[in-house]
Design a protein around this ligand. Structure first.
Ligand code: CU
Length: 146
């Protein structure tokens, strides 16, 4: 019994104090960053998503009160032409991680609703299949910062 209580306290500790990192029962998000471009250019969200459950995890979208529109995107490079496409959903197998990174999968944040600058934290809600959702703070960084 004591051990269970100790574990619960530790989880809460992690949740509260580790910026850019959130641990929930079945999904773990780490290294959440929002790469901010000047003006009202779209900004990209990068993070690592780990499925710690024993069932497939399906990300179906995201939203943030700081932007009017947020989409799942993938960057492609066909015949040396860089393009982006919207993605309907991303499935992560049990125990696997999926990395959102430059030149690959990313969240695309469009039309900000408030002034943002480096060092800010933006709350993003990740939507999963079956109505599950997870709120994650993204650290606002300069483009190219890692
Ligand atoms: Cu994009």
């Amino acid at each position: 019994m004591l051990k269970v209580v100790a574990n619960a306290a530790l989880r809460l500790f992690i949740l509260t104090l580790c910026a850019g990192s959130v641990h929930a029962a079945e999904v773990e998000v780490t290294d959440a960053k929002l790469s901010l471009l000047p003006g009202d250019l779209p900004s990209a969200g990068y993070f690592n998503l780990t499925n710690t459950s024993d069932a497939p995890l399906v990300l179906v979208g995201a939203e943030s009160a700081s932007f009017h529109m947020t989409e799942l995107h993938v960057s492609t490079n066909e015949d040396d032409v860089a393009q982006m496409h919207a993605v309907e959903e991303i499935e992560v197998a049990p125990g696997e991680s999926f990395i959102f990174a430059p030149m690959g999968y990313h969240l695309m944040f469009m039309h900000r609703t408030q002034v943002l600058e480096e060092g800010d934290s933006v709350e993003v809600v990740l939507h999963f299949k079956d109505q599950q959702e997870l709120q994650v703070p993204f650290n606002v960084v300069a483009p190219g910062a890692h």
